[in-house]
Write a protein that binds this ligand. Structure first.
Ligand code: GYE
Length: 334
């Protein structure tokens, strides 16, 4: 039997979810009839989202919620408001409720072993989504679904090398806006980008600052770096939210983004693609938040006791100013 407090939590979560589309879409009336109640034997998935820091994250949460409805999966969804301790609490409540599967997007890489051991002891499989963890015991999670962050960093670096080759650029001073410290996208995007340009005298990273994947911080950091450095030729930013803030700072400083400062960003949200098409961004490395259908598929397999692949990476690409079909990019949906 599932404990009663869990049932209350479940309905509270469900109510929040039902209201969410209204709060995010300015109360647009729903055209579809209300969803049917999930079947009694539906798979119960506890999902801990890390926060609401970017359009990417909002797109990711909405996609997961919509995919659960489509798949007939009962979803207990908790938002940790950017705090690891809240994610740990949510995972503990999923264990107490005896969900079939736990999935979560770990805000940082370290510090999960104790709670994941508790899930393992309770016999509940754990799926990592979106970000990775570092642990000495790989049996603490069954699989990972999300981007290949090293490939993303490499695409960013390769674009810069191509740009310099094509235009004969030398002596490029680069600033880097990095994501949340100790998060896997921050570590791996940064690492792979550096590897790409290492040893090439045309490139120098003059400063790295963390903007925590937030637009406001991206702007603040860029303002500070523009004051500190006489010349900045390139911005490599770990996500679009920070890039959009940085572009404001660059324009306020009287510089032209995309021309005076080469801008390379990661995610591919619509606002960034619009700027790419306008020439204010030079390269957008795609990172898709649309992971919901894959997560539901894997959750059902896990609940049925089936094996799943250790790693599932969605297909991703880079969009650049050199693309011939630059103006034909379909709407991004986030
Ligand atoms: O790039 C960023 C978000 O973990 C891949 O987190 C995700 C990153 C994404 O806030 O916009």
């Amino acid at each position: 039997m599932r404990p009663r407090f869990g049932a209350t939590l479940f309905w509270a979560v469900l109510l929040t979810l039902a209201l969410l589309p209204f709060s995010l879409s300015g109360c647009a009336p729903r055209e579809n009839p209300p969803e049917e109640e999930p079947a009694e034997d539906a798979v119960l998935l506890g999902f801990s989202q890390l926060g609401w820091e970017s359009a990417w994250r909002i797109g990711n949460s909405l996609d997961i919620q919509a995919a659960a409805e489509r798949a007939g999966v009962q979803l207990m969804f908790d938002n940790a408001q950017q705090k690891q301790e809240n994610q740990i609490k949510a995972i503990r409540s999923f264990i107490a409720y005896q969900v079939d599967v736990i999935a979560f997007a770990p805000i940082v890489e370290q510090g999960w072993d104790t709670v994941l051991q508790e899930a393992k002891d309770a016999g509940i499989p754990v799926l990592l989504t979106d970000r990775l963890i570092v642990t000495e015991d790989p049996s603490l999670y069954v699989g990972y679904v999300g981007a290949d962050f090293l490939a993303e960093g490499r695409r960013a670096g390769e674009f810069l090398v191509e740009k310099a080759d094509r235009e004969g650029l030398t002596d490029l001073k680069i600033v880097e806006l990095s994501g949340t410290p100790s998060s896997s996208p921050m570590q791996q995007r940064g690492e792979a980008f550096r590897e790409c340009i290492a040893g090439d005298p045309r490139f120098e990273i003059v400063e790295t600052m963390s903007g925590d994947f937030l637009r406001s911080k991206g702007k603040e950091c860029m303002q500070e770096m523009l004051e500190r450095h006489e010349r900045i030729d390139v911005l490599f930013s770990h996500n679009d939210a920070m890039t959009l803030g940085a572009i404001e700072a660059i324009e306020e400083a009287g510089l032209r983004p995309g021309e005076d400062v080469i801008i390379i960003t990661v995610d591919g949200e619509q606002a960034a693609i619009d700027f790419l098409q306008e020439g204010k961004i030079n390269c957008v490395v795609e990172c898709t938040p649309m992971l919901g259908d894959i997560i539901m598929d894997l959750a059902k397999k896990l609940a049925a006791g089936e094996e799943i692949p250790r790693v599932t990476n969605p297909e991703e690409r880079a969009f650049t100013e050199f693309d011939e079909d630059l103006m034909d990019i379909p709407p991004r949906g986030y």
